[in-house]
Ligand binder design. Structure first.
Ligand code: 5GP
Ligand code: ZN
Length: 125
Protein backbone atom coordinates (compact mmCIF):
# COMPACT_ATOMS: atom_id res chain seq x y z
CA UNK A 1 0.00 0.00 0.00
CA UNK A 2 1.04 3.61 -0.46
CA UNK A 3 2.25 5.71 2.45
CA UNK A 4 -1.16 7.34 2.98
CA UNK A 5 -2.90 3.99 2.97
CA UNK A 6 -0.53 2.77 5.65
CA UNK A 7 -1.92 5.21 8.22
CA UNK A 8 -2.84 3.40 11.42
CA UNK A 9 -6.29 4.88 11.43
CA UNK A 10 -8.51 7.29 9.57
CA UNK A 11 -10.30 9.96 11.61
CA UNK A 12 -13.46 9.63 9.53
CA UNK A 13 -13.58 5.86 9.54
CA UNK A 14 -16.32 4.21 11.58
CA UNK A 15 -14.45 0.89 11.84
CA UNK A 16 -11.25 2.63 13.02
CA UNK A 17 -13.41 4.18 15.74
CA UNK A 18 -14.72 0.73 16.65
CA UNK A 19 -11.15 -0.63 16.85
CA UNK A 20 -10.22 2.34 19.09
CA UNK A 21 -13.25 1.71 21.32
CA UNK A 22 -14.74 5.12 20.48
CA UNK A 23 -17.84 3.42 19.08
CA UNK A 24 -19.13 0.38 21.00
CA UNK A 25 -19.26 -3.02 19.35
CA UNK A 26 -20.00 -6.61 20.33
CA UNK A 27 -16.55 -8.16 20.20
CA UNK A 28 -16.07 -11.64 18.77
CA UNK A 29 -12.26 -11.77 18.71
CA UNK A 30 -9.19 -9.57 18.99
CA UNK A 31 -5.43 -9.92 18.59
CA UNK A 32 -2.57 -7.53 17.69
CA UNK A 33 -3.69 -7.00 14.12
CA UNK A 34 -7.25 -8.30 13.80
CA UNK A 35 -10.58 -7.33 15.36
CA UNK A 36 -13.90 -9.15 14.87
CA UNK A 37 -17.35 -7.99 15.96
CA UNK A 38 -21.03 -8.64 15.30
CA UNK A 39 -22.64 -6.81 12.39
CA UNK A 40 -25.09 -4.19 13.67
CA UNK A 41 -27.60 -5.17 10.98
CA UNK A 42 -27.25 -8.93 10.57
CA UNK A 43 -28.52 -10.56 7.39
CA UNK A 44 -28.02 -14.09 8.72
CA UNK A 45 -28.62 -15.74 12.11
CA UNK A 46 -24.86 -15.48 12.67
CA UNK A 47 -23.23 -12.45 11.05
CA UNK A 48 -19.98 -10.91 12.16
CA UNK A 49 -17.17 -8.93 10.56
CA UNK A 50 -13.42 -9.59 10.64
CA UNK A 51 -11.29 -6.50 10.05
CA UNK A 52 -7.63 -5.53 10.16
CA UNK A 53 -6.97 -3.07 12.99
CA UNK A 54 -4.88 -0.99 10.62
CA UNK A 55 -6.89 1.21 8.28
CA UNK A 56 -7.12 -0.36 4.87
CA UNK A 57 -9.87 0.61 2.42
CA UNK A 58 -10.40 -2.66 0.54
CA UNK A 59 -8.64 -5.37 -1.46
CA UNK A 60 -7.97 -2.94 -4.30
CA UNK A 61 -5.23 -1.26 -2.22
CA UNK A 62 -3.72 -4.50 -0.93
CA UNK A 63 -0.36 -5.75 -2.12
CA UNK A 64 2.03 -8.58 -1.39
CA UNK A 65 2.96 -7.05 1.98
CA UNK A 66 -0.62 -7.74 3.09
CA UNK A 67 -0.69 -11.42 2.18
CA UNK A 68 0.00 -12.68 5.70
CA UNK A 69 -2.69 -10.49 7.24
CA UNK A 70 -5.28 -11.45 4.63
CA UNK A 71 -4.35 -15.10 5.05
CA UNK A 72 -4.81 -14.85 8.80
CA UNK A 73 -8.25 -13.27 8.35
CA UNK A 74 -9.20 -16.21 6.13
CA UNK A 75 -7.91 -18.93 8.39
CA UNK A 76 -9.38 -17.46 11.55
CA UNK A 77 -12.87 -17.27 9.97
CA UNK A 78 -13.80 -20.97 10.37
CA UNK A 79 -12.62 -21.04 13.97
CA UNK A 80 -14.66 -17.96 14.91
CA UNK A 81 -17.64 -19.20 12.88
CA UNK A 82 -17.76 -22.40 14.91
CA UNK A 83 -17.36 -20.49 18.17
CA UNK A 84 -20.29 -18.27 17.18
CA UNK A 85 -22.54 -21.26 16.49
CA UNK A 86 -22.16 -22.04 12.81
CA UNK A 87 -22.64 -25.75 12.24
CA UNK A 88 -19.55 -27.83 11.53
CA UNK A 89 -18.77 -29.85 8.44
CA UNK A 90 -20.09 -29.77 4.91
CA UNK A 91 -23.75 -29.88 5.99
CA UNK A 92 -23.16 -26.75 8.06
CA UNK A 93 -20.63 -24.09 7.15
CA UNK A 94 -20.81 -20.35 6.56
CA UNK A 95 -20.34 -17.71 3.89
CA UNK A 96 -17.37 -15.33 3.63
CA UNK A 97 -17.84 -12.10 1.66
CA UNK A 98 -15.69 -9.04 1.03
CA UNK A 99 -17.32 -6.14 -0.83
CA UNK A 100 -14.91 -3.89 -2.72
CA UNK A 101 -15.84 -0.45 -4.08
CA UNK A 102 -19.21 0.88 -5.18
CA UNK A 103 -19.75 -1.82 -7.80
CA UNK A 104 -18.92 -4.40 -5.15
CA UNK A 105 -21.56 -3.00 -2.81
CA UNK A 106 -19.05 -1.66 -0.28
CA UNK A 107 -20.54 0.84 2.17
CA UNK A 108 -17.83 1.09 4.82
CA UNK A 109 -14.38 1.81 3.38
CA UNK A 110 -12.36 -0.11 5.93
CA UNK A 111 -11.69 -3.64 4.68
CA UNK A 112 -14.03 -6.14 6.33
CA UNK A 113 -14.79 -9.78 5.80
CA UNK A 114 -18.42 -10.72 6.42
CA UNK A 115 -18.88 -14.14 8.00
CA UNK A 116 -22.49 -15.33 7.76
CA UNK A 117 -24.01 -18.60 8.83
CA UNK A 118 -26.67 -20.44 10.72
CA UNK A 119 -29.54 -22.63 9.55
CA UNK A 120 -32.16 -20.70 7.62
CA UNK A 121 -33.46 -19.63 4.23
CA UNK A 122 -31.11 -16.64 4.08
CA UNK A 123 -28.39 -18.57 2.24
CA UNK A 124 -30.39 -20.00 -0.67
CA UNK A 125 -28.91 -17.61 -3.25
P1 5GP B 1 -20.41 -3.41 3.35
O1 5GP B 1 -21.65 -3.15 2.57
O2 5GP B 1 -19.49 -2.20 3.37
O3 5GP B 1 -19.70 -4.67 2.94
O4 5GP B 1 -20.89 -3.73 4.81
C1 5GP B 1 -20.82 -2.86 5.89
C2 5GP B 1 -21.43 -3.59 7.05
O5 5GP B 1 -21.09 -2.90 8.25
C3 5GP B 1 -22.95 -3.69 7.01
O6 5GP B 1 -23.33 -5.07 7.07
C4 5GP B 1 -23.41 -2.90 8.23
O7 5GP B 1 -24.53 -3.48 8.87
C5 5GP B 1 -22.18 -2.92 9.12
N1 5GP B 1 -22.04 -1.75 9.98
C6 5GP B 1 -22.11 -0.44 9.58
N2 5GP B 1 -21.93 0.38 10.64
C7 5GP B 1 -21.73 -0.42 11.72
C8 5GP B 1 -21.49 -0.16 13.10
O8 5GP B 1 -21.40 0.99 13.55
N3 5GP B 1 -21.34 -1.23 13.92
C9 5GP B 1 -21.42 -2.51 13.45
N4 5GP B 1 -21.26 -3.49 14.35
N5 5GP B 1 -21.64 -2.80 12.16
C10 5GP B 1 -21.80 -1.77 11.30
ZN1 ZN C 1 -10.57 2.52 9.16
Amino acid sequence: MSQAEHLDHSDNCIFCKIVAGKIPSKKVYEDEEIYAFHDINPTAPIHFLIIPKRHFANLMVADSADEALLGRMMTIAPRLALEQGCRPGDTGGFRVMINNGADGGQEVYHLHMHVMGGPRQWNKN
